[in-house]
Design a protein around this ligand. Sequence first.
Ligand code: ASP
Length: 364
Amino acid sequence: MNDIDQPTFPSSRRDFLKTSALVGVAASFGVAPRVMGASTPKARPRVFAGPIAISSRNGQQTVLKAIELIGAGADALDAVVAGVNLVEEDPEDTSVGYGGLPNALGVVQLDAAVMHGPTCRAGSVGCIEGIKYPSKVAKLVLERTDHVNLVGKGAQDFAVMHGFPIENLLTEKARLEWVNWRENMSTQDDYLPKHKPESTGIGEIAAPIKRHWGTIHCSAIDLAGNISCVTTTSGMAFKVPGRIGDSPIIGAGLYCDNTVGAAGSTGRGEANIENLASFLIVERMRAGDSPEAACLFACQRIADHTKLARLLDAKGRPNFNVQFYALNIKGEVGGAEILGGNGTFAAATPEGGRLVELAYLYKA
Ligand code: ASP
């Protein structure tokens, strides 16, 4: 144990600074203190020495927990998983774990994956039902099997074998939201009629009621300089039963390389899987991009590869969003989204937690 035994991190969301007050903070995290568009010159990165954790915006407590554990000597993988467990068990977050919005049949199916930098190993579970902490099961897949992905009943059986109880994850709040969706279906689901690439007005993107997305990703560097990451989600709300998103796909929902950095995502998983964006971001950082520039590169790649009319707006831009979060071995952090303007992500060091602006490709 060391002097970080008594953490001094702020412990409530209120303690996070608003993005508008981030000039000094952003500089200390090595990112530009302003929103960058695709054509904006790259920020000059500054090196941050020491442990750091980043997550999607819903992980403000997550990054603080991860940094607290890292300060007490934890491996980054243990720290990020413990951090996201706080969100997995939170019934108020309807995008992750317990309380997550269900699939089209009202069944909560969860996806999660972990990656451990020092051993280059990964583990994931997809479409797991009744298990409150899918990220812990993903970590067990990494540690206690010779595999990477377990799905459905097999993943649940594996969790039960390791002592996890099967629980009802559908809260009353999520059930009522599902009933409302079901009673107002039509174009608001993911089943598509026969259509052509130029067809518009079909699919959930065209729906008058926008469906709720959400996920949590967390990456961290520990005291030994090792990097690990986790992504966990209930996936796209009201998805086709059996659908797996990007979160449990290694290289899509997350990726890390101990010598380079880590990346993860939230948003429309289909676009991310088709572009394997987290792997792409880590490779761009390996080639010298800052985390933010690498995230913007992945946003641009998705925009370039979006060809179907139903997924494009009147200006030919994607009509959906994807967010990326990245850190590199030097402790620089950055994030970007396709459609932005006021997006943020959470970051924490032993000095405390902050919200950092996401760069963006197009103004939302
Ligand atoms: N990426 C998640 C998925 O596609 C959803 C989200 O992050 O909103 O399952």
